[in-house]
Design a protein around this ligand. Structure first.
Ligand code: ZN
Length: 138
């Protein structure tokens, strides 16, 4: 039964090809994790700690000195987080991301003869049809 062998081989090729195709399609593109997410969480937790601290101070659970010291620590930590955010923002702003090329200039219709309306592949100084000036500065 030669034909079944051929069919089997053909199916094998199709299946392998299909699997390879699926593989290449299914490769997970890694979700870009925002570097700010972690920092945002840090910042949020610092704000929370500051709130807790103020509450404890207000209900007289903390001494003045303790309150000031801890508050200073938290504010320093907050400043560090904010500086890190700024640093990452600056990094992202200065070319680690691909800058999209400027859009192509809108064709100024200099490839269309104003006199006879003939259209050309590119801007011309003079019309190839009627010889009138077309305004291209080339
Ligand atoms: Zn013309």
């Amino acid at each position: 039964m030669d034909s079944s062998l051929i069919i089997g081989a053909f199916l094998g090729v199709v299946i392998v090809g299909y699997l390879l195709f699926i593989r290449s399609q299914d490769l997970p593109t890694p979700e870009p994790v925002s570097p700010f997410k972690y920092l945002d969480e840090r910042r949020a937790s610092i704000y929370e700690s500051l709130r807790d601290l103020q509450f404890e101070y207000r209900v007289d659970k903390l001494s003045d000195a303790d309150y000031q010291t801890t508050k200073l620590e938290l504010q320093k930590e907050l400043a560090r987080v904010m500086a890190e955010v700024d640093r990452i923002k600056a990094e992202l702003g200065t070319g680690s991301t691909v800058v999209a090329p400027p859009p192509p200039p809108v064709p100024a219709q200099k490839n269309v003869c104003p006199a006879c309306g003939a259209k050309f592949e590119k801007a011309l100084k003079f019309c190839g049809e009627c010889g009138k000036p077309m305004g291209a500065s080339v």
